[in-house]
Design a binder for this molecule. Structure first.
Ligand code: PLP
Length: 231
């Protein structure tokens, strides 16, 4: 008898996680980096609950969500069972969702404008919770894309770190579609070094090995872990 569908999906998720960890380790060793220094963030946005449960059951703990409201709906129940799960917000954050985001997420990867920086600082002061922040950089300087322009990064960091005392730990980017990502990853790494930021969130399903070779400390992988997302 064939196993029910949810078990099949669960076995796939565990195998995918193991395979991606192995590929990440190989890419790290290729540039003499310690694979343990790289966190695989499993991007669970829009994925069915049983696939997320399968990843947790397989021992995985770092997850990425791109919408505050969706994460609020699914994570409190999962967190009750797995209190050590670590949640990263990887999608745009509106200021009216800051309170909920600070309450729910351990890491906010999309700090990208002064208004949001001020709102986060105020909410952190009120709540006493201080999720680590990444500044999102618009490495491709795309007009419609979120993120701070590379040229504006020094001033933005001095606002976030100097004036507002936000816990900024690193930089994050989403390179332009249809371009080789490596030059964008290299730029993000250069900016992080220049500003003495230790962490780099870059690389997705299609390009995480390139990102690891160029210094990523976390990669955000969705479809390669969980399969295609529902449209
Ligand atoms: C969805 C998403 C990912 C994961 O993309 P995949 O191609 O499915 O691996 C990574 N980062 C961000 C910001 C995303 O929104």
């Amino acid at each position: 008898m064939s196993p029910p569908h949810s078990q099949t999906a669960g076995a796939d998720v565990a195998a995918n996680l193991a395979r991606i960890q192995a590929r990440t380790a190989l890419a790290a060793r290729g540039v003499e980096r310690d694979p343990a220094a790289i966190t695989l963030i499993a991007v669970s946005k829009t994925q069915p609950a049983e696939r997320v449960a399968a990843a947790l059951a397989a021992g995985h703990r770092a997850f990425g969500e791109n919408r505050v409201q969706e994460a609020q709906g699914k994570w409190p129940a999962l967190r009750a069972v797995y209190p050590d799960a670590v949640l990263h917000l990887i999608g745009p954050l509106q200021t009216n969702k800051v309170k909920a985001a600070v309450a729910l997420f351990d890491v906010i990867q999309t700090l990208d404008r002064p208004k949001l920086a001020h709102a986060l600082a105020a909410e952190m002061a009120t709540s006493g919770r201080r999720p680590s922040c990444f500044v999102e950089v618009n490495v491709g300087e795309e007009a419609q894309k979120a993120g701070v322009l590379p040229a504006e990064l020094p001033q933005f960091l001095s606002l976030c770190q100097g004036e507002l005392d936000l816990p900024v730990v690193g930089l994050m980017c989403i390179p332009p579609q249809g371009e080789p990502p490596a030059p964008h990853f290299a730029l993000l790494a250069k900016l992080a070094t220049r500003h003495r930021l230790a962490q780099l969130s870059m690389g997705m399903s299609a390009d995480f090995e390139d990102a690891v070779a160029l210094g990523a400390t976390s990669v955000r992988v969705g479809t390669a872990v969980f399969g295609e997302r529902a449209p």
